[in-house]
Design a protein around this ligand. Sequence first.
Ligand code: RNT
Ligand code: ZN
Length: 421
Amino acid sequence: MNPGKIEKAYRLAQELYAEFGVDTEHALSQLKKIAISLHCWQGDDVGGFEKPDAVLSGAGLQVTGNYPGKARTVEELRLDLHQAFALIPGSHRLNLHAIYGEFGGKPVDRDEISAEHFKGWVDWANREELKLDFNATCFSHPKAASGFTLSSPEKAVRKFWIEHVKRCRKISVFMGRELKSPCLHNLWIPDGSKEAPTDRWKYRRLLKESLDEIYEAEYSPQQMKDSLESKLFGIGSESFVTGSHEFYLAYALSKRKMVCLDLGHFHPTESVADKISAILLFSPGIVFHLSRGIRWDSDHVVILNDEIQALAEEIIRCQALDKVHIALDYFDASLNRVGAWVAGARAALKAFLVALLQPEGRLRAAEQAGNNFERLALREEAKAMPYGAVWDYHCLQTSVPQGTDWITDIQKYEKEVLDKR
Ligand code: RNT
Ligand code: ZN
């Protein structure tokens, strides 16, 4: 796109927004502070590097599609990530899973991993000026095949996963310390069952005991922070999930940890946005996994839809930007994977921009005066404001492609790099 035209459109939009009661420069300065944690697992369909051709299994999670060009090695994944980050405005983070360590072709079981396997990632992140987040991987493993990990009735199985998660927390400390930015360690486990158990209490008690052991070690919040991710149901865990929302909300609050709310893990009509003001009154922060569920936790690429919009608006309205951690979480193998990363990240950032461009002062005044009509009408008018001109200007300022140019860049990368794999 022509920079002159973008600049001109922005100046006009800036005037229109000012008349509407919105300062676009302030909105852009806020937007620049938002860091999104890009999920490494979109690049290779949640395979990881434990062994060649590793595939996602036993988690009730599904990746569909076999679009060519999947990253097969750590080098390919880094190349793809580098390309993705180059098309996303702002400075962001990378979210790694434990299975993405560099194991040097040797079998290293999950209860044996340590910081040395992630040194290469830390060095790379340093070079790329990225910060890292981390996740224990409690799936795609024979010891998760029963459908239970930390809440398994088998002591040896619990012990194995407890050791894994403890090590993952230590690796997070290493990442946070080396990169001088707290590393978020998020814990999600697949535990649950197809049919209703008779003894739900037992599984939840076992999970609580496992977690108590895992979180016994306390680390500096300057180096790492913990979050726990709930789920409503999964394939194979339709009737019961040990780590439900109520379980983790109660657990996290009692231990001063954060919950991770994944947009695909709630009833389809349940508003995750509505939970923010409720939880933040009692919790130091919230983690979000941005995803798009279609009928169920289907992990579709994030787009600028009402749900994402409502979430961004609530975060802004609660003045919670410094209390939330935003990560992407979806896996689509039916289209260009690098494109999927960029499309989702740009959509999420756009949602925040639109939220920052709301006429907050006027909306609050109308609400306070009891003028519900004006509040409704202003929200409707906000939808027709020229946010696209502000977005393009933001891309121009941060030196990433504007308008549809990034689509061409993805297609070029596909031809030159992905197609040759
Ligand atoms: C699963 C959770 C979890 C995973 C990743 C790979 O339902 O959403 O966050 O998607 O850890
Ligand atoms: Zn998630």
